[in-house]
Design a protein around this ligand. Sequence first.
Ligand SMILES: [Zn+2]
Length: 118
Amino acid sequence: MEQDDLPKLAEACREFVDLRWPAGGGGGAAMLFGDGTTLCGTSPDVLNASVEMCHEVEPFAAAFRLQQPVLASICLHKESAGRFLVFSPCGVCRERLAIHGPQVQVAVASPDDVTVPV
Ligand SMILES: [Zn+2]
């Protein structure tokens, strides 16, 4: 992965979330695959919070289906006011990405600004 790929991945994720939730808040994840494909995904709403899935699951499953390594991943949450927050992957997603990479570059929030992926 090139250093310039992370801003492009973040922009793809923002565009996806804005398309899916043009008004109000929502979230999604974007992953860059080994063949250069960027795939975005999200998780469905559920009644029981104990069965929620992470936004990373959809692009992670597609990478497995397409037999592509994951080079980079980002997860963003859009607040209802329109500000995007960078979410670090949870422990389970970190394990999945480590196995399906390896050496996956994962965006985390800047310590100075939670809206800036680093
Ligand atoms: Zn997760």
